[in-house]
Design a protein around this ligand. Structure first.
Ligand code: FPP
Length: 252
């Protein structure tokens, strides 16, 4: 089923080689506010449109056989936004999780949440727990949703966890390696993203996956997230597939 699909789509999606997809794509969902403002709408309308785009792109990523899609839905800094905007984003997340609970088993889609969930309201935390429990028995495409996430906070949290294990005596500071440290970050067990996409015209990381993006290829586009289409995704993947990835070595 997957192979038949790939074969067909290889022609319609231009330059994308679907046999050589990255394993993991990360996306900063940027531009929702501007999308709404340009239409004379409240910023919250942009987030609603952005949540729809996320559904479309996440579904498509599953269809093409991507292993991991990670999205930056809410940062540790986003709490500074007006109350109604924060409430709307939380409501959109809640709606998505409620939907996911009904569809993830059918679609074999795993969800994982990266960030500090302890500050979320009880209802959202309960939904997160339920999605985690279902995901544990699934094997398919994994969608990682970053909520109350910050790259620096993640590294500090990991350092604290490691220090606690040192105090407890289960590990020694001298035993720390990059591989071991990865066990302590929120995304432990998830391969690092090969491709990071940022729509919305800004060209920065904004505290997203600082550890994980050490060797990611970056793709920036002026397209605002709510206008991001499957074809935009094709462009990003095609650009990635033309990059010369040397990981600090030299070209063979
Ligand atoms: C950044 O755009 C976007 C956010 C801070 C929120 C993204 C959240 C969603 C799309 C809602 C739900 C998500 C899921 C995964 C269901 P911005 O508002 O900073 O845009 P701007 O730079 O144009 O102001």
């Amino acid at each position: 089923m997957k192979l038949a699909f790939r074969k067909k789509k290889a022609y319609t999606a231009g330059q994308v080689d679907f046999q050589r997809l990255p394993r993991h794509i990360a996306v900063i969902l940027d531009g929702n506010g501007r999308w709404a403002q340009r239409r004379g709408l409240p910023r919250t309308a942009g987030h609603k449109a952005g949540a729809e785009t996320f559904r479309t792109i996440a579904t498509y990523c599953r269809e093409i056989g991507l292993e991991h899609l990670t999205v930056y839905a809410f940062s540790t800094e986003n709490w500074k936004r007006p109350r109604d905007e924060v409430d709307t984003i939380m409501l959109l997340l809640k709606r998505y999780l409620l939907e996911a609970l009904n569809t993830m088993e059918r679609d074999n889609v795993r969800l994982r949440f990266l960030g500090d969930m302890s500050v979320l309201n009880d209802e959202l935390r309960e939904l997160v727990d339920q999605c985690n429990a279902i995901s544990a028995r699934l094997t398919g495409c994994q969608c990682n949703i970053c909520i109350n996430y910050g790259g620096r906070a993640e590294i500090v949290h990991a350092a604290k966890m490691f220090a606690e294990d040192c105090i407890a005596g289960s590990v020694k500071p001298t035993e720390l390696t990059e591989n071991l440290f990865e066990n302590y970050i929120y995304s432990s067990g998830i391969p690092s993203p090969e491709l990071l996409i940022r729509p919305g015209g800004e060209q920065r990381l904004s505290n997203f996956l600082l550890w994980q993006c050490a060797y990611a290829e970056f793709y920036f586009t002026d397209v605002l997230w709510p206008d991001f289409t499957k074809n935009e995704l094709h462009r990003a993947i095609a650009a990635y597939q033309q990059r010369d990835r040397r990981f600090g070595g030299v070209k063979k």
